[in-house]
Design a protein around this ligand. Structure first.
Ligand SMILES: Cc1cc2nc3c(=O)[nH]c(=O)nc-3n(C[C@H](O)[C@H](O)[C@H](O)COP(=O)(O)OP(=O)(O)OC[C@H]3O[C@@H](n4cnc5c(N)ncnc54)[C@H](O)[C@@H]3O)c2cc1C
Length: 405
């Protein structure tokens, strides 16, 4: 059995930020992380100014600056399509530079890169131990049970924090159930080399399509393309060049650079949803980050909320320790009262941003009869520009195979 002041289940950005700040206060922490290695999955890259400030305070500012790409401006273009010709109907710019904040920019950093920076800093602290792979299983006799390398281990802590993301076992141990709300769209996402000119964040929207492009370090760009739910499989039946076309219609140079995407396997499906846990604490347990809430990715806030939850919770723990209130678990309630209303706001903001995007999927369609291969389209449909169309077979129900412009 091991002992510590705070046990953290989950070594994602939230759990690691918490462990790092607690370690800096001299509080002993054990983090159990299920995965031994870096995950190849895309999982959030945009850091907002507040999170950048927190990471600077934690001593990893220089490393963060070196490993990330600054984004000062987010540009939104609304497009109209008239047959094969697209034109920009409206353009707006959101500049971080107007913020009266020392970090008036966003930064793009690959998720796992940020975790590595946090771990490297944690390794310098004697009071923090990260065990991986180690899976938190639940509680036995008031102690956390983890399995590591096939063996079971118990950890006795004074506080237990769940930072294991969406399927949090800590949340379940707290007896909390919460309902997830789904959206009427999914996203395709991939990263590939970017043209040198693409240094701002870009959002392209038309009546029926949405494409986000966000510059990454190492001359890469993250693409996020909206599709109808359930259509990913049908996309995968199309040649990968169709994926290039979805981008090329807005940024023609991408047709050249994104050929590094060789097959649909290189393109990840991202399913947005939102939920808010009715509470974040119970007794000596607390949850943070995706274990406690989830937001639509449109406002780029999920990872940031996890970092900010961790910042507030660790601030409280450090204060409790300093003030001799360490064993007074009622103090944990402050964490919930500070963070939950803030997260409510962010859930609403992200939700409204999601609703503002062109997702009126299904009104104007190209139809093709799969047997006769004859196209039947309404006046909004341009065959060559069809990035979403409906396959129409007289003998089968209508089904989607991709989004339309
Ligand atoms: C495709 C995608 C794109 C996103 N884009 C953005 C973005 O641009 N900006 C943004 O701010 N956010 C974004 N997000 C959201 C962001 O990734 C999450 O909000 C953020 O990672 C939450 O951090 P976390 O530490 O709470 O949880 P996670 O990052 O999920 O970390 C949880 C950790 O716990 C571990 N774990 C799970 N179960 C156990 C267990 N039983 N025992 C031990 N360890 C366990 C997992 O292996 C994982 O490492 C995106 C998410 C996805 C999926």
């Amino acid at each position: 059995m091991k002992t510590c002041h705070v046990f953290v289940s989950g070594g994602g950005v939230g759990g690691l930020t918490l462990a790092l700040k607690l370690g800096l206060c001299g509080i002993s922490v054990i983090v159990a992380e299920r995965n031994r290695r870096r995950s190849p999955l895309y999982k959030g890259e945009l850091l907002q100014p507040k999170s950048i400030e927190i990471l600077h305070r934690l001593g990893i500012g220089k490393q963060l600056d070196a490993s990330s790409f600054p984004v000062e401006t987010l540009r939104t273009q609304e497009w109209n399509w008239n047959h094969n010709d697209g034109f920009i109907r409206n353009e707006s710019r959101l500049s971080y530079k107007i913020l009266a904040h020392p970090f008036n920019e966003a930064r793009m950093i690959p998720h796992e890169e940020l975790r590595d920076l946090l771990i490297a800093q944690i390794e310098k602290l004697p009071s923090v131990e990260v065990i991986r792979p180690a899976k938190f299983m639940g509680f036995q006799d008031d102690q956390a049970v983890i399995t590591t390398d096939g063996k079971e281990m118990k950890i006795a802590a004074h506080y237990y924090v769940g930072a294991e993301g969406r399927g949090s076992r800590m949340r379940k141990a707290m007896g909390i159930t919460s309902e997830e709300k789904k959206y009427n769209h999914h996203f395709l996402t991939a990263s590939f080399p970017r043209p040198a000119s693409l240094t701002d964040g870009f959002v392209f929207g038309a009546a029926h399509s949405f494409l986000g492009l966000f510059p990454l370090p190492n001359e890469q760009v993250r693409s996020v393309y909206m599709i109808p739910p359930g259509s990913y499989r049908q996309f995968k039946d199309q040649p990968i060049t169709d994926y290039y076309d979805l981008h090329g219609q807005y940024v023609p140079e991408l047709r050249e650079t994104m050929t590094t995407i060789k097959e649909w396997r290189d393109v990840q499906l991202m399913i947005p949803f939102r939920f808010q846990s009715p509470r974040y604490t119970r007794g000596r347990m607390a949850i943070l980050g995706d274990a406690a809430h989830s937001v639509h990715p449109m406002a780029g806030e999920g990872m940031n909320l996890a970092i900010q939850d961790a910042d507030v919770l660790s601030e409280l723990f450090c204060w409790m320790d300093e003030q001799g209130k360490w064993r007074d678990e009622r103090q944990l309630g402050w964490y919930e009262s500070v963070r939950k209303p803030r997260v409510d706001q962010m859930i609403a903001l992200s939700h409204r941003s999601a609703l503002a995007t062109p997702i009126t999927i299904g009104r104007f369609v190209c139809c093709v009869n799969v047997r006769s291969r004859r196209w039947k389209s309404d006046r909004f449909c341009i065959f060559n520009k069809c990035s979403m169309f409906r396959v129409w077979d007289m003998q089968k129900p209508i089904y989607w195979i991709g989004p339309i412009i």
